[in-house]
Write a protein that binds this ligand. Structure first.
Ligand code: SF4
Ligand code: SF4
Length: 421
């Protein structure tokens, strides 16, 4: 049985915060709100006080600890490498242990745990799409027609697919002899909202002759439940994924979603049991494609005469794991792409899992800054490697009135690859 760390397990790390304030300049929430309570050192101090029993579960504590994207930017700049995002997540788990989950977290985690319910909701959402949503111009997403709990009516949403990605394919798609076998961990975003990213993933693997296993019993990685402090749900989902992913042999697990990559590769690495081996086998799709020599194959393709200027947004869940070179390496070698780096490509887009549900106004302010950097780069497309970031970037660009499109790099790769034999 999987077991997450408790707040007590972070006692040493909490004590390592020397309150120097070096994290202030790098916290997107502080940047948007300019409030000391939003900075990492304030949250670490609150987590410490909670651990020592010096404060109760007052509204202010709950609010301040909910004001964190878990983006990890502070830790990367901290001289003592205090893992604030892990400490805040552990403090949220401690709060829900004492107080229970919030109404939203209860509802969300009930759905996350129940694959059958998720499938039914997706199918209903797909069928009722034109009733529930209105289309935005330029094919840049949907908005709710009617007020709904926890979703701002001005928020851009992706369409929900009537047929989840994992129901479209067999569990094993054979490649060429001598090539690796990968387990594709699709995550919920690709399965229910962006199945085209999954289709592009399969095309890339076919191009390289890679065998793909898509375990039907896989579920959510659990990261939204980490953000909500739902300990048992994270542990239950980790158990389920361990069982599903180890049912067939493979060389590595490949993700095309930064959050799933962090869920399997980082959160699972800290669980007791066989999870560390699973985490060690987890690769981001572009890290895998670079390992397989795809950039050189792309460089051999004839250069397109009609070219598009593309910039890249680093999802926090890849940037903090050191995966910044590989997505750019693929982009730069695409025959139809001219690459331009934007300012602050590595700052958070403002989504932060459940953060943008609880704090949409601050999330929008952070997203507006990012949209400004995208627009200033002059790019026609901002590419990234995370369905969650795609949703947030599109929302931010729509609010900014910008015509820049948002795509997963795999969608651009699909356009570049020759037609399937
Ligand atoms: S979290 Fe790190 S950077 Fe921030 S105040 Fe504490 S020691 Fe300094
Ligand atoms: S994890 Fe991100 S949002 Fe949270 S305190 Fe650190 S920099 Fe700020």
């Amino acid at each position: 049985m999987a077991k997450l760390k408790t707040l007590e397990d972070y006692r040493e790390e909490i004590e390592q915060c020397v309150k120097c304030g070096a994290c202030r300049a790098h916290c997107p929430v502080f940047g948007a709100e300019k409030h000391e309570g939003r900075v990492a050192r304030g949250k670490v101090a609150l987590a410490g006080a909670l651990l020592e029993g010096e404060i109760g579960l007052e509204e202010k504590l709950l609010f301040d600890l909910s004001q964190c994207l878990l983006c990890g930017s502070c830790c990367a700049q901290c001289p003592n490498k205090v893992p604030t995002e892990e400490i805040v997540a552990a403090a949220r788990r401690e709060i829900s242990r004492q107080k229970g989950l919030s109404t939203f977290a209860k509802g969300m985690t009930t759905v996350l745990k129940n694959q059958g319910l998720m499938n039914r909701l997706a199918k209903t959402g797909g069928v009722l799409s034109s009733v529930l949503f209105k289309k935005l111009p330029e094919n840049s997403g949907l908005r709710l027609r009617f007020p709904a709990p926890f979703i701002d009516q001005n928020r851009t949403l992706p369409p929900i697919t009537g047929k989840p990605f994992r129901e479209r394919y067999p569990e094993r798609i054979e490649g060429q002899p001598g090539q690796p076998t990968v387990a594709f961990f699709t995550g919920c975003g690709i399965n229910y909202m962006y199945p085209d990213i999954g289709e592009a993933f399969l095309r890339a693997m076919r191009f390289l002759g890679v065998t793909v296993v898509i375990p039907a019993e896989q579920g959510c990685c659990g990261l939204p439940a980490v953000s909500a402090g739902a300990t048992e749900v994270v542990e239950e989902l980790a158990d389920r994924n361990l069982k599903a992913l180890t049912a067939q042999p493979f060389d590595c697990i490949v993700t095309a979603c930064a959050s799933c990559n962090a869920g399997l590769g980082k959160i699972y690495a800290d669980l007791e049991g066989d999870y560390a081996a699973l985490a060690a086998k987890t690769r981001d799709v572009f890290a895998f494609l670079v390992e397989q020599g795809l950039p050189a194959r792309l460089a051999e393709l004839p250069r397109a005469t009609e070219r598009i200027l593309v910039t890249y947004h680093d999802p926090c869940h890849l940037r903090t794991r050191g995966i910044t070179y590989e997505p750019r390496e693929i982009l730069k070698n695409l025959p139809q792409v001219d690459f331009v780096e934007m300012a602050a490509a590595g700052t958070c887009c403002g989504l932060g899992g459940t953060y943008s549900v609880y704090h949409y106004e601050t999330s929008k302010k952070i997203g507006a800054k990012k949209a400004g950097h995208v627009v200033d780069s002059g790019a026609e497309i901002v590419a990234t490697d995370c369905p969650g970031c795609i949703m947030q970037l599109q929302d931010s660009l729509n609010h900014a009135g910008a015509k820049v499109r948002v795509k997963h790099i795999l969608d651009l790769l699909l356009e570049a690859l020759p037609p399937s034999p």
